[in-house]
Write a protein that binds this ligand. Structure first.
Ligand code: ATP
Ligand code: MG
Length: 284
């Protein structure tokens, strides 16, 4: 197998005496959608913050294309092409949809932010294409902060794509979304990354999304990996079932590890999807 594009080796992060990430291992192949799942508090967001440089690792290594990036500043890491989909900040919510994506496109090219000049003209076609790709070109002139929740998430994806990332990290991209918005954003993630040769690291509680779009799944629990494999493999591993079901299997005690993963359907919460249903269309 080729060198992984992104690699995490024996990575730990301690907050005071608490090890939020504890000897984490992750190996992400280029061009894949690699999901990191786990119950609330497993350490997924902390792992992402370590990868993007928001947190400095207590110990361990993070490698992008074989080069160590652990402990570098977020802007240095972003410049190397490792980008987390950002939440719309108050600055962007006051800009138009078009200008928000334009600013993201300009920022990554290290040019001054000139929203009226020649550089803007040169990038306009690219911005229009991005808005089209994420399905919000009809909203280009609207103020970003006034969009629906789902449209804002699509805008955030367009802004991240505008920076031309090599690796895109998405931490719960469907949180707070309606079932329809969830399906749309999942489809968008797949189509926009596949057409751009981007590698995705995704954390998500919606198991339907995970099992539909992931090439590989790493299961985290208490800061470390408890299972890894294809979606089909992972759902049958007893330790994974234990963590999500509140069972005791293979010595994994799983009392009080937060709610089961959310499924798109309303109604009773269901644990890992039945493998017989996997990838069947029309299940959502
Ligand atoms: N800055 C911090 N200071 C202290 N503890 C923290 C900090 N950030 C995270 N933690 C703790 O680390 C653990 C892991 O948190 P993290 O947010 O990474 O979990 P998660 O897997 O993303 O959970 P969720 O599924 O709820 O988003 C939690 O117990 C959390 O309280
Ligand atoms: Mg989290």
């Amino acid at each position: 197998m080729s060198t992984p594009l992104l690699e995490v080796r024996n990575l730990s992060k301690t907050f005071k005496a608490f090890r939020a990430v504890d000897g984490m291992e992750l190996s992400v192949e280029a061009g894949t959608i690699h999901s990191v799942i786990g119950p609330n508090g497993a350490g997924k967001s902390t792992l992402f913050k370590l990868i993007t440089g928001v947190h400095v690792p207590t110990s361990g290594e993070i490698l992008l294309g074989g080069q160590a990036i652990g402990g570098e500043h977020p802007h240095q890491i972003a410049r190397k092409g490792l980008v987390q989909v950002f939440q719309l900040t108050s600055i962007f919510t006051r800009l138009s949809v078009f200008d928000s994506v334009m600013v993201a496109a300009m920022a990554t090219r290290r040019r001054s932010l000139d929203l009226s000049g020649r550089f803007r003209k040169a990038l306009a076609g690219e911005v229009e294409l991005l808005l089209e790709d994420v399905g919000i070109s009809h909203l280009a002139k609207r103020i970003s902060g006034e969009l629906s929740h789902g449209d804002q998430r699509a805008l955030e994806l367009a802004m991240a794509l505008a920076t031309k990332p090599r690796v895109l990290l998405l931490d719960e991209p469907t949180a707070g979304m309606s079932p329809a918005e969830t399906s749309t954003i999942a489809a968008l993630i797949v189509s926009s990354v596949r057409s751009r040769d981007i590698t995705v690291v995704l954390s998500e509680h919606d198991m339907d999304v995970i099992f539909e779009i992931s090439d590989r799944v790493t299961v985290m629990h208490q800061g470390r990996v408890i299972a890894e494999g294809t979606p089909q493999e992972v759902r049958t591993i007893p330790e994974v079932m234990a963590v999500y079901l509140g069972d005791q299997v293979s010595g994994v005690v799983s009392v009080g590890y937060g709610p089961l993963p959310r499924r798109r359907e309303s109604g009773p919460r269901t644990p890992l999807p039945d493998s017989s249903k996997h990838r069947e269309k029309g299940q959502s």
